[in-house]
Design a protein around this ligand. Structure first.
Ligand SMILES: Nc1ncnc2c1ncn2[C@@H]1O[C@H](COP(=O)(O)OP(=O)(O)OP(=O)(O)O)[C@@H](O)[C@H]1O
Ligand SMILES: Cc1ncc(C[n+]2csc(CCOP(=O)(O)O)c2C)c(N)n1
Ligand SMILES: [Mg+2]
Length: 324
């Protein structure tokens, strides 16, 4: 039988020297973080709850990856460099095989981004993983939601909608062949946080506003529009659909690319003069970037097709408390 403290020591307290920004790691009442002098901290929390963010029986390795990936994605959306994170875990049981796989998935991504586990909390209860992440960036460089300007291009990283397509297949709403099922499952369970792109956009002063797309593009873009007091026109047919979604009928393609959710891609706005620099930044970090619309002075979000004709798609972002 694993005790609470055995569990922490065995799976989460690593036998290695702390990183340069960690003054004190796991084991005391608080961790002590040393940000680089002159930088500001970027802080965000994201919680994943069984039967809401993932299905019961989810693979623990990819769950470990995803719960950190969605937090790193918020740092990417601000243009911050990851420093460390805390992990609050509620577990129905102390299962060694589950904990081994979960911690391996978590640390594989943490190590890839030099992001150290600083501490956390562990309790028995329904399966629930909550991470708080800390990053840093230069003052004034953050990609804020209130910084979009009229005339900006709207850009998207990577591709959209394949995670939503996996969810539709899981709910038996669509049928996918084995290859598309595996590829879309990878998008749902193992999103790649766009840290490198976010940092290039912020440090090069290339973009104005940004966020990461977790609730679906149209819902999330509205946060930028509201905060910046602007409107936008979005070319739904220019949205980069994921490879599996691109093979689906146009109605589904438009709906899932524009409002799928679980994408963890960046949506950012930038001056027209930065087009070439943004393409170069995307190429430099191996992440496709696609121009999908522009910021307007007329309020509201207009969706148009490839010919510029208005589309009435009635799309909404994910809302935990909406009845739909
Ligand atoms: N319980 C809460 N108390 C205080 N602030 C909160 C709380 N829940 C959310 N917020 C804040 O509200 C804002 C929107 O939260 P939300 O979780 O939707 O973030 P997001 O970045 O849009 O989505 P995601 O976390 O999925 O990327 C954030 O600034 C967040 O810190
Ligand atoms: C089992 C299961 N059902 C539905 C979904 C879809 N989903 C759940 S929460 C969310 C928005 C992001 O969460 P938050 O706003 O809390 O960051 C989305 C798109 C899923 N991933 N798993
Ligand atoms: Mg976010």
């Amino acid at each position: 039988m694993l005790s609470e403290f055995d569990l922490i020591k065995r799976y989460f307290q690593r036998d290695r020297a702390p990183g340069p920004n960690t003054a004190l790691g796991i084991g005391d009442d608080c961790a002590l973080l040393s940000p680089t002098p002159g930088k500001v901290l970027a802080i965000s929390s994201d919680m994943l709850v069984e039967d809401r963010h993932f299905f019961a029986g989810a693979d623990p390795y990819t769950l470990g990856h995803k719960c950190l990936a969605v937090n790193l994605s918020d740092l990417a959306a601000m243009g911050a460099r990851p420093l460390g994170f805390t992990l609050a875990l509620s577990l129905p049981a102390a299962e060694p095989d589950w904990l081994d796989a979960f911690s391996r998935g978590l640390f594989a991504l943490a190590d890839a981004h030099g992001c150290e586990l600083l501490g956390g909390d562990t309790t028995k209860g329904p399966l629930n993983v909550c991470i708080t992440i800390f990053g840093e960036l230069a003052p004034g460089q953050a990609l804020r939601r209130d910084a979009a300007r009229v005339g900006d291009d709207i850009w998207i990283s990577g591709t959209l909608g394949d995670a939503r397509l996996w969810l539709a297949a899981r709910r038996s709403e669509v049928a996918l062949d084995a290859a598309d099922h595996a590829a879309t499952g990878q998008r749902m369970h193992a999103p790649a946080p766009r840290i490198a792109l976010g940092r290039l956009l912020a440090e090069g002063n290339l973009a104005h506003a940004a966020l990461d797309i977790s609730d679906g593009l149209v819902g999330d873009l509205k946060h930028i529009l509201a905060a910046s007091r602007v409107g936008a026109v979005l070319d739904v047919d220019a949205l980069p659909a994921g490879p599996a979604l691109a093979r689906q009928p146009i109605g589904l393609r438009r709906r899932f690319a524009a409002a799928g959710g679980d994408d963890y891609e960046l949506c950012f706005t930038a001056p027209v003069a930065q087009r070439e620099a943004i393409q170069a930044a995307g190429a430099a970090c191996g992440t496709a970037v696609t121009r999908v619309g522009s910021i307007t002075s007329e309020p509201g979000l207009r969706l148009v097709d490839g010919d510029g004709a208005e589309l009435d798609l009635q799309l909404a972002g994910w809302d935990h408390f909406s009845p739909g």
